[in-house]
Every structure is written in structure tokens, then in C-alpha cells.
Design a protein around this ligand. Structure first.
Ligand SMILES: [Zn+2]
Length: 149
């Protein structure tokens, strides 16, 4: 996983920075001034690497939080989806919303609102399915007038 690799890299940079700081501390006055400058430059470079790697980790954590929130919302919706033949509703009683297409929800977990209804057929504008419920009433046939001469 990329995010674990970035974290490993940041930890490695922290170890490098710590080793350089220890080297400077333990050497006391035995290091030449130029050598101390070089070690401090390496220390600063290592700290800059850590800063960039931790910024990447922060971005990844933000993305993961967004994914978790999105998945929680999907789970909450899934828990409130109610099957009521021949379609789905979301929620219960006065908060109930729908109806939603059975085909679209069963195949892709998409809640597509059905159109029409009443005494007519419900239509899904996404998958083009049609649903008849108990309110469905067949249209009366047109009256044909027979004229006799
Ligand atoms: Zn559909």
C-alpha cells in the first residue's frame, strides 16, 4: 500500500535526522566547524523530507476520513431501505421516501426514484423498467360507435 510506504519513508527520515543530531551532540568539540555545518545541513534536509512526507500522510488520512464518512452514509441508507413489493422505499412511516426501482437497487445499489404511479404504471427512467402495483387500473378501451344505415 502506498500510504504505508510513505509512513515508512517518513519514519526512516526521522531516524536519519535523529542519528545526525546524536552525531553532532556526541562529537562535542572534536568536529571541525565545516563538518558541523555539513551535518546541520543534512539534518535540515532530513527534516524537510519529513515535513513533505507527513504532508502526504495528512492528505491520505483526510481522503480516508472522507471515504469512511461516505461508506457510513451508504450503510445508513442501506439499513433504512425497505422492500415493499414491487419496489423499495427508504425510511418508515411519515419519513418514508420513494418508491425506488427494484432493478437498479438490486443490481447497482442505486436508489432511482420511480416516475408515474397512482392508477398508472411506475417507470424507471434509468433502466426503463415498468412496475404495476395494487393501485394500477387498466385504461378503459375507447368506445367504438357503430353507425348503421
Ligand atoms: Zn431502474
Amino acid at each position: 500500500m502506498v500510504d504505508i510506504a510513505i509512513l515508512g519513508s517518513a519514519l526512516s527520515s526521522i531516524k536519519t535526522a535523529t542519528d545526525i543530531a546524536k552525531l553532532i551532540k556526541d562529537s562535542g568539540t572534536s568536529l571541525e566547524k565545516a563538518e558541523v555545518k555539513l551535518q546541520i545541513a543534512e539534518l535540515i534536509s532530513s527534516l524537510a523530507d519529513i515535513k513533505m512526507e507527513l504532508a502526504d500522510v495528512q492528505t491520505i488520512l483526510i481522503e480516508k476520513d472522507q471515504n469512511i464518512t461516505e461508506l457510513r452514509n451508504q450503510l445508513n441508507t442501506k439499513e433504512s431501505v425497505v422492500w415493499s413489493k414491487p419496489y423499495y422505499f427508504v425510511g418508515q412511516d411519515e419519513d418514508q421516501d420513494g418508491p425506488f426501482c427494484q432493478q437498479c437497487y438490486d443490481q447497482e445499489q442505486k436508489l432511482i426514484r420511480l416516475q408515474g404511479g397512482g392508477t398508472k404504471i411506475w417507470h424507471c427512467l434509468s433502466c426503463k423498467s415498468h412496475f404495476k402495483d395494487s393501485n394500477y387500473a387498466r385504461e378503459p378501451l375507447p368506445q367504438v360507435r357503430v353507425i348503421r344505415s
